[in-house]
Design a protein around this ligand. Structure first.
Ligand SMILES: Nc1ncnc2c1ncn2[C@@H]1O[C@H](COP(=O)(O)OP(=O)(O)OP(=O)(O)O)[C@@H](O)[C@H]1O
Ligand SMILES: [Mg+2]
Length: 266
């Protein structure tokens, strides 16, 4: 499929780690297409290749083979300025946000540095006001965290800072890899709603990456089911849950007791 309402697609995308007998095909010949403004989830068990696929889409990891096309342009090999422009449009919230912060930067610098991605014409005061708004959006009082270093925060707090950063940048495509895995249950749904609001207010396309089919079903319109590096099933979330085709999808559904019970009752 190729049309104007498509934001990103991959063609036969593959990533092999290592070589010879030890080679691992983490992503195996994946061709997917994501529409503008859709909320889609990439679902699969641990080790199925989700993060590897996400990191290639983000151009943080070089594919072994295949292509990535963003808004009609081949971005598989872009570097330098083009890559910076790409990161203005495509942003991530990571599973392990610790790895993506500069540990020597306090939170306010992490967030203010996001403006380097813009050709920014904002004044210092404007930037600071936007940083404060983003921190408040993820339930922080700006003065409680602005001067803290990443190692002084909990895992969930670091994830909230990353979400604040995404909120600040307002990318066209947001790839959220287990974005709330470390966030307390009582804050989690509010934070998910905040991400979904970005789609409604800014038209952000969102790809959630998760092993949690229940969460994926709750937040998304379409699902991509990943198993051993391959997309084994894709389609509307309702359709996949009610009429799964692939044995692996059936297994995933059976593993979420609430989901299978809900559908059995119908
Ligand atoms: N940098 C790397 N070097 C070597 N092997 C890797 C590397 N990154 C991932 N792998 C391997 O690739 C496979 C897929 O890993 P990946 O992190 O993409 O899985 P995942 O679906 O995101 O899992 P999880 O749900 O646990 O996050 C695994 O077998 C993993 O060990
Ligand atoms: Mg992962």
């Amino acid at each position: 499929m190729s049309s104007n309402d498509e934001i990103i697609k991959t063609e036969n995308l593959t990533k092999v780690f290592g070589s010879g007998k030890k080679a691992i095909k983490a992503v195996d010949d994946v061709s997917i297409s994501i529409k503008k403004k859709e909320v889609i989830s990439l679902v699969g068990q641990s080790g199925s290749g989700k993060t590897t696929l996400a990191r290639m889409l983000l151009r943080l990891l070089k594919p072994t083979a295949g292509k990535i096309i963003f808004e009609g342009q081949d971005v598989t090999n872009i570097e330098g300025k083009e890559k910076k422009a790409y990161w203005r449009k495509v942003q991530a919230i990571f599973q392990d946000p610790y790895a993506s912060f500069n540990i020597f930067s306090p939170v306010k610098k992490v967030l203010l540095d996001a403006f380097k991605l813009f050709d920014n014409k904002f004044t210092k005061e404007e930037k600071w006001r936007m940083v404060c708004e983003s921190l408040e959006a993820v339930n922080f009082r700006p003065d409680e965290v602005a001067d803290k270093f990443p190692f002084e925060l909990s895992g969930g707090q670091r994830q909230r800072v990353m979400i604040a950063r995404a909120h600040l940048i307002k990318p066209e495509l947001l790839i959220a890899d287990e974005p709330t895995s470390m966030i307390d249950a009582n804050l989690r749904s509010g934070i998910l709603e905040l991400l979904l609001d970005l789609r409604d207010t800014e038209g952000t396309t969102i790809m959630f990456v998760t092993h949690d089919l229940g969460l994926a079903y709750y937040v998304s319109e379409r699902l991509l089911i990943m198993h051993e590096g391959k997309i084994v099933e894709e389609g509307e979330a309702d359709k996949i849950i009610s009429e799964p085709d692939h044995p692996y999808t059936k297994q995933l559904i059976a593993d979420v007791p609430k989901l299978s019970e809900e559908w059995l009752l119908e």
